[in-house]
Design a protein around this ligand. Structure first.
Ligand SMILES: Nc1ncnc2c1ncn2[C@@H]1O[C@H](COP(=O)(O)OP(=O)(O)O)[C@@H](O)[C@H]1O
Ligand SMILES: Nc1ccn([C@@H]2O[C@H](COP(=O)(O)OP(=O)(O)O)[C@@H](O)[C@H]2O)c(=O)n1
Length: 227
């Protein structure tokens, strides 16, 4: 199959990374989790004691960081200035601060340039919030994944319980709803479905069903001879 790009956007815990990884593996494409980049900056800011409203310091920090992404077995491996932060960036503290960091336009500009660089050679499945609208507006296939807040919180709860993270379902639901609100209401490339993105509501669907649906759409996109 000729190489092309797939953009997957949607709210928190909709299943974007899980299905993006499966789809990429199936097609032999590269998977890029852009949320991990915003999380890495946020983790470092928390470590450095920089408040999430101190924009100047946040931008300076983001510009000084070296973020490397590698395909991993379970999650994409994230190396920040030589340290493996793959698990550390999934903490409750990062969840609660990442949307404020991601709302800073200069930080977005820095990270989007890196993401566009990764997509240049094609054959990329990239997930995030602004991939179809800003990072890869010419992606041959765009998907907008969603599910009810309750279902998304339940999925994340099961995942975090497995990792022995101390968090209640109610707290997670609240955090997810707040993060969605901030991502949707920010000025700089807010979370919104691109006009040409296919909407998939994954409520009640299994992971393989969602991946299968996207692979079908990918086949059609490839069959169209790629825009
Ligand atoms: N369709 C689905 N049905 C049930 N669970 C799912 C589904 N898609 C994803 N999950 C689970 O939900 C959790 C969150 O998925 P994830 O891929 O991390 O979402 P996102 O990248 O959108 O934040 C994971 O534990 C994943 O296994
Ligand atoms: N392309 C992207 C990806 C993530 N983000 C931000 O980064 C946060 C974490 O993204 P994520 O994809 O890791 O979040 P989950 O959906 O996995 O919980 C989001 O809530 C957004 O604030 C963004 O602004 N733009």
């Amino acid at each position: 199959m000729e190489k092309f790009n797939i953009a997957i956007d949607g709210p928190a815990a909709a299943g974007k990374s899980t299905v993006a990884r499966l789809v990429a593996r199936h097609l032999g494409f590269v998977y890029v989790d852009t949320g991990a980049m915003y999380r890495a900056v946020t983790w470092k800011a928390l470590q450095a004691g920089i408040a999430s409203d101190n924009k100047d310091e946040l931008v300076r920090l983001a510009g000084s960081l070296q973020i490397e992404l590698y395909p991993g077995e379970q999650a994409q491996q994230v190396i920040l200035d030589g340290i493996d932060v793959t698990d550390l960036i999934r903490s409750v503290a990062v969840n609660q601060n990442v949307s404020a960091v991601a709302a800073v336009p200069e930080i977005r500009r820095l990270l989007v340039l890196k993401q566009q660089e990764m997509a240049r050679a094609k054959g990329v499945v990239m997930d995030g919030r602004d991939i179809g609208t800003h990072v890869m507006p010419d992606a041959e296939l765009k998907i907008f994944l969603t599910a009810s807040v309750r279902e998304r919180a339940e999925r994340r709860y099961l995942e975090m319980k497995d990792k022995q993270e101390e968090v209640t379902l109610e707290q997670l639901e609240k955090d997810i709803a707040e993060r969605d609100r901030m991502d949707e209401e920010r000025e700089a490339s807010p979370l919104v479905r691109a006009d040409d993105a296919v909407l998939i509501d994954t409520s009640g669907m299994s992971v393989p069903q969602v991946a299968e649906r996207i692979l079908e759409l990918a086949k059609t996109a490839a069959g169209k001879g790629i825009r």
